[in-house]
Design a protein around this ligand. Structure first.
Ligand code: COA
Length: 387
């Protein structure tokens, strides 16, 4: 299938505990996206805008997309807020591509933002928790770290592997994050530090968890046939897939497979009509270290239980045969919920144009992003190719 859309510009703020509020973060990312376009992308040319957010840390839950019209100086512009928890960014990109493919728009802005660090911890627990199942999980006291801790326990016991593979995910992603000027954490970690860190939800310790981050990212997507109006180096979206699953993990037949990710991956590979071996690197949703192992299996790069061995072999390092999360992933780059899926596409945009600096994956021509909502209730997979 021919690509229907291409990224022609992208912007990103730093991720971390930042002073700026959500509006300023959005503005910085959007300004940077426009500044990155080679030519012809004035704000007045944007036909539509999508905002990915879980509600600005709970401060602005309803109608938040209207701020994008303000930021573009275009009151009247159609704007839509997309909320699928941590997968909001991936689903916003999908909605934008549908608008471009339908002919309703030629140029679309997709922005993602979250401001999490100034939300008091009790309120944050509630605000994050409402993206899981309320009746069976949140009201029973289960957090996302708790759910992923259960999944990790099951994975390690079913496949008879130790926690070293989880630690290797953290070590690798912190090593990559140290090379990314936008990353929340730029500190390298050793495996023994990860294994000895305070427990959060056994077997997951502090360094197995993504942090609580502020940040924003933005993309300008054009119809594929118009992309070269804006740049000589567009990055094409070759295939998109999405899926959902039971909201409560207890309803699922298996804890260690995410049906939503599997379905999204199958659809994306079918649409792009490429083999897995032709993807140069993956940006996967490693909200907890176990999630990166599940991703390798759900995306079809490893059989059940094999992701641990592949990870320990070093294959997923930036210089390995299948680099995973060269930007540091959610683990080290940070995870401002609504911004994450957009940020993954930003990394792909840089990498496929050879502009990722010290963390560049040599010779990257195709990449895949994988964005998961909560503990796998929703997921998107997108395959990109250099122009
Ligand atoms: N990874 C690495 N270091 C981390 C970290 C993380 N996830 N979270 C905090 N730190 C570091 C801080 O930088 C700080 O270091 P310092 O002492 O050198 O300054 C130290 O650990 C303590 O930080 P603090 O903010 O007090 O940690 P915390 O105990 O309040 O929070 C977690 C730690 C893991 C509970 C928190 O990061 C968390 O809840 N993460 C998961 C977020 C989430 O669920 N997102 C949705 C996913 S689906």
């Amino acid at each position: 299938m021919g690509a229907k859309a291409a990224i022609v510009g992208a912007g990103h703020t730093r991720f971390g505990a930042l002073d700026a509020g959500p509006r300023a973060l959005l503005r910085n990312a959007v300004d940077a996206a426009f500044a990155s376009v080679d030519r012809g992308a004035e704000r007045s040319v944007v036909d539509e805008a999508y905002l990915a957010s879980l509600g600005f840390g709970g401060w602005q839950i309803g109608n938040s997309a209207a701020v994008l019209a303000e930021e573009l100086g275009q009151p009247g512009l159609p704007t839509t807020h997309i909320e699928n928890a941590c997968a909001s960014g991936g689903f916003a990109i999908r909605a934008a591509v549908a608008a471009l493919g339908s002919g309703a728009a030629d140029l679309v802005l997709v922005a993602g933002v979250e401001k999490m660090t100034d939300v008091p911890s009790g309120r944050r627990r509630y605000w994050l928790g409402v993206s899981g199942d309320t009746e069976w999980e949140r009201l029973a006291g289960l957090t996302f770290a708790g759910v992923y801790g259960l999944i990790a326990s099951r994975y390690l016991s079913d496949h008879r592997v130790g926690p070293e593979a989880l630690a290797e995910v953290a070590v690798k992603n912190h090593e990559n994050g140290a090379l990314n000027p936008n990353a929340h954490f730029r500190k390298v970690l050793r495996s023994d530090q990860v294994l000895r860190a305070p427990r959060v939800a056994d077997p997951l310790g502090l360094y197995d968890c993504c942090p609580v981050s502020d940040g924003a990212a933005a993309l300008l997507l054009a119809r594929a046939d118009l992309a070269r109006r804006f740049t000589d180096t567009p990055v094409y979206l070759e295939g998109l897939g999405a899926g959902s699953d039971h909201l409560a993990v207890q309803e699922r037949p298996e804890l260690t497979r995410f049906v939503a990710s599997r379905r999204a991956a199958e659809a994306a590979f079918r649409a792009a009509d490429v083999d897995r071996g032709r993807i140069s690197f993956l940006e996967v949703h490693d909200c907890f270290t176990i999630a990166e192992l599940l991703a390798l299996e759900d995306l079809g790069y490893a059989a059940p239980g094999e992701a641990a061995e592949i990870t320990l072999s070093g294959a997923t390092r930036r210089t390995g045969r299948l680099p995973v999360n060269p930007d540091g992933g959610l683990k080290a780059k940070g995870h401002p919920i609504g911004a994450t899926g957009v940020s993954q596409a930003y990394e792909v945009f840089l990498q496929l144009r050879g502009a990722a600096g010290a963390r560049q994956v040599p010779g990257a021509t195709r990449a895949l992003t994988h964005n998961v909502g909560g503990a796998g209730a929703t997921a998107t997979v997108t395959i990109f190719a250099a122009g």
